[in-house]
Design a protein around this ligand. Structure first.
Ligand code: DX5
Ligand code: ZN
Length: 218
C-alpha cells in the first residue's frame, strides 16, 4: 500500500492536493504535529474533519503530539481510518488502543528511529499498525535511515509467524531510491511525502512507487 503524506502538499490547496491522489493512493497520511513532541506545528482536528468531508480516502492520522492518551480519541471519533500515536509519548498505550477501537478506528503505534521494538511486543498485540519511523519525526524531505530496517524485518517475522497481526508501515525518506530495500525488508504500507507531492504528477508518482515495491518483493 502507498500512503501519500500531505505534509509535503500545498496547505492552501489541500482539497485539490488530496484529489490528485484519490483513486491511486491506498491511504492518505496526515501528520499532526504540536510543536512539543516534535519541533514543528502542522494541523489538528478541524483540518482532519474538513479532509474527511472532502475525500473517500481512508485517513491515516499520525499524531506526533504529547499526551496522545487525551487527544487521539477525537481523531477516531471524527472518522479517521487509522489513528497512530507515538509509544514515546503515550502513558498507557494499551488503554489508548482500546479507546481508539471503541471510537471506531484502527490503532497504530509509531516508534522513532532509535526506539527499540522488543519492549513493546506485548503492547503491539493491541495494535493494527506499526509505524516504523525511518527519519526523526518532524519534517518531510529528510534522508532515509536504513538501520531501522532491522526492526521492519523483526516485525515482519513476528507477523508471518502469527505472533502479531498488524500492518507494517514505514515513514520517512521513502522514494525511488529507498522503497525497494524497504519492500524487501517486509513493509506493507509505504508513507511518501516529498516523493509524491514534489513530483510533477503525484498520481503517477504513487503508481511508480507501488510498481517498484511490488517488483522488488517478487
Ligand atoms: C515526518 C512525517 C512524515 C513525512 C515524510 O515526521 O511523519 O510522514 O511527511 O516525508 P518524506 O516522505 O518526504 O520523508
Ligand atoms: Zn508521518
Amino acid at each position: 500500500m502507498i500512503a501519500p503524506s500531505i505534509l509535503s502538499a500545498d496547505f492552501a490547496r489541500l482539497a485539490d492536493e488530496v484529489a490528485a491522489v484519490q483513486g491511486r493512493a491506498d491511504w492518505l497520511h496526515v501528520d499532526v504535529m504540536d510543536a512539543h513532541f516534535v519541533p514543528n506545528l502542522t494541523l489538528g482536528l478541524p483540518v482532519v474533519q474538513s479532509l474527511l468531508a472532502t475525500t473517500d480516502l481512508p485517513l491515516d492520522c499520525h499524531l506526533m503530539i504529547e499526551n496522545p492518551d487525551r487527544w487521539a480519541i477525537g481523531y477516531a471519533e471524527a472518522g479517521s481510518y487509522n489513528v497512530t500515536v507515538h509509544v514515546e509519548a503515550a502513558n498507557d498505550p494499551v488503554m489508548l488502543a482500546k479507546n481508539v477501537h471503541a471510537a471506531g478506528s484502527k490503532a497504530g503505534l509509531a516508534i522513532k528511529p532509535k526506539t527499540p521494538l522488543e519492549p513493546y511486543l506485548d503492547v503491539l498485540k493491541h495494535y493494527d499498525t506499526l509505524l516504523v519511523m525511518s527519519v526523526e519525526p518532524g519534517f518531510g524531505g529528510q534522508k532515509f535511515i536504513a538501520e531501522v530496517l532491522d526492526k521492519v524485518r523483526a516485525a515482519r517475522r513476528l507477523v508471518d509467524a502469527g505472533h502479531l497481526n498488524l500492518v507494517v508501515e514505514i515513514d520517512g525518506g521513502i522514494n525511488r531510491d529507498t522503497i525497494e530495500q524497504a519492500a524487501e525488508a517486509g513493509v506493507d504500507c509505504f508513507v511518501a511525502g516529498s516523493a509524491v507531492y514534489a513530483a510533477d504528477d503525484p498520481a503517477r508518482a504513487v503508481d511508480a512507487l507501488r510498481l517498484q515495491a511490488e517488483n522488488s518483493k517478487r
